[in-house]
Design a binder for this molecule. Structure first.
Ligand code: KIV
Length: 264
């Protein structure tokens, strides 16, 4: 398999091929996922919850992210590596530049930031300085305290239309990928059609250009509960590499997510 870049993902969207991505936090899982043919690996700040056992992602800092990015990088040959900018590490443009540089130097090929319009200027600055950006809208977990819990976003028409406008602004600012988390399937479709960059959904329906899952959910090893939008692929296969191959194939055929995994 050839090395996957942001250009590969863009071409996949243009050709209507579905993109499969998953989180990983260490070299061993990253190597298995890379060998299974996953298109991108996210070192998510979800590591605060699934590795550290925290209640949310807020305690994760840039040193945690850089350490796990280095670990993943050592296991990966072809997959695109995306690393999360943790809570408050991009509160100002200057902080974003310093912290994104740490993740790129640790082995990331792209960084992910949570938020809408207010980030446009920061994204423009990062891209100008050679740092590709994945944006993230919908249920952005770093804002859990503002939302009052991990709740589906964009159900009201005004909020949905606002999210479409934010997606367009993030694309215009230079973002090359957009994660959409926990939004109604119809809104996921609307955003995927409104912008030209690939959209990667998690609980955003089947019409986004790709899907992402937290590896612990996809393998049924979450210490808390199985989210509605996820599926345990290990149960059907009994083998981690085969489970990820099944996930990729189910996404590519449009079988995952199914009706039972989507929000209305
Ligand atoms: O931190 C993470 O794992 C994420 C995914 C859920 C998209 O942001």
């Amino acid at each position: 398999m050839a090395k996957i870049t942001t250009a590969t993902l863009q071409k996949m969207k243009q050709q209507g091929e579905k993109i499969s991505t998953i989180t990983a936090y260490d070299a061993s899982f990253a190597k298995l996922f890379d060998q299974a043919g996953i298109h991108a690996i996210l070192i998510g700040d979800s590591l605060g919850m699934v590795l550290q056992g925290q209640d949310d992602t807020l305690p994760v800092d840039i040193e945690h992210m850089a350490y796990h990015t280095q670990c993943v990088k050592r296991g990966v040959e072809n997959t695109l590596i995306i690393s999360d900018m943790p809570f408050m590490s991009y509160a100002t443009k200057e902080q974003a530049f310093t912290n994104a540089a740490k993740l790129m130097q640790a082995g990331a090929s792209m960084v992910k930031l949570e938020g809408g319009l207010w980030l446009a200027d920061t994204i423009e600055g990062l891209v100008e300085r050679g740092i590709p950006v994945c944006a993230h809208l919908g249920l952005t977990p770093q804002s859990v305290n503002v939302f009052g819990g991990f709740k589906v976003q964009g159900r009201e028409q005004a909020k949905a239309l606002e999210m479409v406008e934010h997606a367009k602004a993030l694309e215009k600012a230079g973002a090359q990928l957009l994660v959409l988390e926990c939004i109604p399937a119809e809104l996921g479709k609307m955003i995927a059609e409104a912008i030209t960059i690939p959209t990667i959904g998690i609980g955003a329906g089947k019409d986004t250009d790709g899907q992402i899952l937290v590896m612990h959910d996809a393998l049924g090893i979450s210490c808390s509960y199985m989210p509605k939008f996820s599926r345990n692929f290990l149960i059907d296969t009994g083998d981690i590499k085969k489970a990820i191959e099944l996930y990729i194939s189910e996404v590519s055929k449009g079988n995952f997510p199914g009706e039972e995994h989507i929000f209305k």
